[in-house]
Design a protein around this ligand. Structure first.
Ligand SMILES: [Zn+2]
Length: 309
């Protein structure tokens, strides 16, 4: 009997909204429960005020980096949520220009070349290598600012509703050169729908880039860390009979991937942490024979092995 893969993405992870010890607690829990998922690394999240995490300037940052190095062995993949989760970073000038386009919408810009994307991603990977961090995939940094909303609307009117294929090619080129941890690169673009829609967007020479959208949403507090956005029953009820993950298993879905945000998920001050633990324990109690926890890149590695074209 094929099992439904269960996994998750955790966006916005950083050492500033919660202390590094919170990330250690999260990793310990994932390891001890034998679950798996992904958590982003943002090397330039506070670039304007704190510089780059890859050039640590405080004990908080050094302590957090030590935890990041444990993540993969605990079952956690590492996506780049690009560099800053804000403006495009200027690596030559080591700053974010004031008029910089935001990284999320830049992934959709039709005029950007393979070389431009490849150079930008290569710089991020290089900064990770400085501190011993290897990336497994890419998450689009979502942004609701007026400029991004307006530009997305314009692009949509022009038919550019999907990420630029040059971006996919750049990721593939980097994977082929061994710059990512594995041979496949999963992407989390947009906020996903409710169906399994994994698809290869670029593939060559045993390497591939996959759009791997989540098919369950965030009821673990969102980036707002909002208590009224927490509901473990959305995923699986206490008796294990209903919920998004239960429905996916009953429908024999290939996967159920949910997503969360570090602001709400973190064990230090996240309103969703107890709900997350509850969901994991309920899955273990009611669905352990029907699901398998897997890192996103392990899932796409499996798809790539199964490719016939
Ligand atoms: Zn924006």
């Amino acid at each position: 009997m094929p099992k439904t893969v269960v996994s998750f993405y955790c966006d916005d992870t950083n050492p500033y909204v919660a202390p590094p010890s919170a990330f250690a607690t999260f990793l310990d829990f994932v390891r001890d429960e034998g679950i798996a998922g992904e958590s982003t690394v943002l090397l330039g999240y506070e670039a304007s005020s704190k510089g780059l995490l890859s050039r640590p300037g405080s004990d908080v940052e050094r302590s957090y980096i030590n935890q990041l190095k444990r993540a993969y062995s605990c079952g956690i993949d590492t996506h780049m949520e690009l560099m800053t989760h804000g403006g495009l970073f200027d690596f030559a000038e080591n700053r974010i220009p004031v008029d910089a386009i935001h990284e999320g919408v830049w992934l959709f810009e039709p005029g950007v070349s393979v070389d431009e994307y490849e150079s930008y991603f290569s710089h991020i990977i290089g900064e990770g290598e400085r501190i011993g961090i290897r990336f497994t995939g890419l998450t689009q940094p979502g942004c609701g600012c007026a400029a991004c909303v307006s530009r997305h609307r314009q692009l949509s009117e022009q038919g550019a509703t999907e990420t630029n294929p040059n971006m996919h090619r750049a990721l593939l080129n980097l994977a082929k050169r061994g710059r990512f941890r594995g041979k496949t690169v999963p992407m989390f673009i947009g906020s996903g729908g409710d169906v399994c829609a994994a698809r290869a967007v670029a593939a060559e020479g045993g390497c591939a880039v996959y759009d791997l959208p989540p098919n369950a949403t965030d009821w673990l507090g969102l980036w707002l860390n909002a208590a009224d956005k927490v509901d473990p029953d959305y995923y699986i009820s206490e008796d294990g009979q209903v919920g998004r993950i239960v429905d996916s298993v009953r429908a024999k879905a290939q996967y159920c991937i949910f997503y969360a945000h570090w602001q709400g998920l973190n064990p230090a001050n996240g309103v969703g942490w107890n709900a997350f633990k509850t969901v994991v324990h309920r899955i273990g109690k009611h669905l352990s024979n029907e699901v398998i926890w897997q890192r996103p890149s392990a899932y796409t590695d499996g798809l790539c092995v199964g490719r016939t074209a």
